[in-house]
Design a protein around this ligand. Structure first.
Ligand code: SF4
Length: 247
């Protein structure tokens, strides 16, 4: 798989989780296996073009026809690394769900990792594919999808198996919480994570609506108190790139 259907390649700050504020290159893959109610990723069924930022952070894009060959992606990333030394902390593999592109990742990740450390953003539901590529990853940002917020049926078993594989890398877990998130679901998710490893950092990320957190601050504090009964490192971090009007 030397070519892949991609949505975009750009440079911005990481707006979520414990690496918030770090500059990253973002490679967005097409498609997802879930349909979360709060999803902010809108894309055509099969994007005819991949938009690529001309210079990191310029906001000026050109369109390249899909599927895009690995060589073209490598050339752009090499230029960014060499022309902007030290700027990018890592390359974020994002989506959609990047692990849907398992065959491509197996081929691409060893090459991409020669340029930047690799940071996977995933919905944490494809443990078999993760097992095939995990050796090439440096950071894993794993979502646990609460049934009430995602609109999906419970995915607990998939998440547990995913955690067991992801544990061997630099891993943290994100829970997207909404004003109506049942506290029982937070307990189930925390027991799941602590059953694998209680030191895994857990990020409570409130749903964003109209550019701000949709969850009252007092409720977030209560959710944090509840999660801290099970896990050693529980943080509340909203989507900061939204506040900064960044991608
Ligand atoms: S897993 Fe992520 S990309 Fe997929 S539907 Fe849910 S929020 Fe959207």
């Amino acid at each position: 798989m030397n070519s892949a259907s991609l949505v975009e390649l750009f440079s911005s700050i990481q707006g979520e989780g414990p690496h918030v504020g770090r500059r990253q290159a973002f490679l967005r893959f097409h498609g997802c296996n879930l349909q979360c109610a709060y999803c902010d990723t809108v894309e055509p069924a099969s994007p005819p073009h991949c938009r690529v930022e001309e210079e990191p952070g310029s906001g000026i894009f050109r369109e390249l026809p899909n599927p895009l060959p690995l060589g073209a992606v490598m050339e752009i990333l090499r230029r960014w690394r060499d022309s902007y030394p030290g700027l990018h902390h890592s390359l974020s593999l994002t989506g959609g769900e990047p692990l849907l592109h398992g065959d491509t990742l197996i081929r691409w990740l060893p090459e991409l990792r020669t340029i930047f450390p690799l940071y996977l953003e995933t919905n944490g539901t494809l443990p078999e594919t993760l097992a095939e590529v995990v050796d090439h990853l440096d950071f894993i940002s794993m979502d646990i999808k609460l049934p009430s917020a995602s609109g999906s049926p419970p995915l607990w078993d998939r998440h547990r198996r995913f955690l067991e594989v992801a544990l061997q890398r630099n891993l943290f877990v994100k829970l997207i919480v909404a004003p109506d998130t049942p506290s029982e679901e937070i307990t189930v998710a925390c027991l799941l994570v602590s059953g694998v490893e209680p030191s895994i950092p857990l990020i409570l990320q409130p749903v964003t609506r109209n550019g701000r957190s949709a969850v009252p601050g007092e409720l977030l504090l209560r959710f944090q108190e509840q999660a801290a009964r099970f896990l050693a490192d529980v943080r509340v971090i909203p989507q900061t790139h939204v506040f900064l009007n960044l991608l």
